[in-house]
Design a protein around this ligand. Structure first.
Ligand SMILES: [Zn+2]
Length: 229
C-alpha cells in the first residue's frame, strides 16, 4: 500500500503536503513488515528490514522507479536482516545497523536453525547507526532512536515531518517485543518505550515489525504494557 500525506495537522508550515512513497509488505515465513520509503521527486529510496523475498522488494523498487541509497535494519534478527546482503548485491546500497547487535549477526546460523530456514550466510555492517543520527530517502529524513530491550542494538526510525515511526520489534499494536531471546531485557525495553517512544506525539503513525499499523496515542491509551496503573 502507498500512503500519501495530504492532511495538514498543524498551523506551522509543514511538509505534510509533500507526498512520500511508502510501501509496507510482509516478507518471509515470519511475515516481517518490510518498508520501502521513496522520494517522488528525486526517486531516491531506503529499504527497511528486507528480511526475505528480495525479488518482491526489487519488483516494487522497479514499479516506483526508485534507486536504493540505504538499507536500514532495525535489529539483527534473521527475519529482519536475512535478505540484506542479497539486496546490497543487487543495488550497491550500504547496510546500516546498530553495532550492539553484532553478536546476534554472528549467530545467524543459530537463528536460522531456531525457525527452520536456511542460513542467509554472513551479513556485514557497512555503517553502525547510533542515536541521533539521520537516515534519508531524498527529502525524507528519519532520526535514529536507539531503543534497546528486544535486542541490545534495536533501533526505531522517526520521521518527524511525516509523523511516522518505524518501530521494528520494540512496539506492536497492543503488545511489545519479546525479551526472552539472547540480548533481550524487559527493563530496557520498558525504559525505551516509556522514555523514548512515548515521548513522541500521539498522532505518530507506528509501523511495527510485524502485524497491523497503530499510533502512539492508541498505544499510550490501551497497550497493556504501557498504560499507567
Ligand atoms: Zn525481532
Amino acid at each position: 500500500m502507498t500512503f500519501r500525506f495530504n492532511t495538514n495537522h498543524s498551523r506551522r508550515p509543514t511538509r505534510y503536503n509533500i507526498p512520500m512513497i511508502h510501501e509496507i509488505f510482509p516478507v518471509g515465513p515470519l511475515q516481517c513488515n518490510c518498508s520501502i520509503i521513496g522520494d517522488e521527486t528525486t526517486r531516491e529510496a531506503m529499504v527497511i528490514d528486507p528480511g526475505d523475498d528480495i525479488q518482491n522488494v526489487l519488483a516494487l523498487l522497479r514499479k516506483h522507479n526508485l534507486q536504493v541509497k540505504q538499507i536500514v535494519i532495525t535489529h539483527a534478527h534473521i527475519d529482519h536482516v536475512g535478505g540484506a546482503m542479497k539486496l546490497r548485491a543487487a543495488t550497491g546500497a550500504p547496510i546500516l545497523l546498530n553495532e550492539n547487535d553484532h553478536a546476534l549477526l554472528k549467530m545467524l546460523d543459530v537463528q536460522a536453525a531456531w525457525i527452520g530456514v536456511p542460513s542467509p550466510g554472513k551479513v556485514e555492517i557497512d555503517h553502525s547507526l547510533s542515536s541521533g543520527e539521520s537516515v534519508t530517502a531524498g527529502s525524507h529524513t528519519a532520526t535514529v532512536l536507539h531503543t534497546p530491550g528486544h535486542t541490545e542494538g534495536s533501533i526505531c526510525l522517526y520521521f518527524p515531518a511525516e509523523r511516522k515511526l518505524i518501530a521494528g520489534d520494540t512496539l506492536f499494536a497492543g503488545s511489545i517485543g519479546r525479551t526472552d531471546l539472547p540480548g533481550g531485557s524487559i527493563q530496557k525495553i520498558l525504559q525505551s518505550l516509556h522514555h523514548t517512544l512515548l515521548a513522541l506525539p500521539d498522532e505518530t503513525v507506528v509501523v511495527p515489525g510485524h502485524g497491523p499499523l497503530t499510533t502512539i496515542g492508541e498505544e499510550r491509551e490501551s497497550n497493556p504494557f504501557l498504560v499507567k496503573r
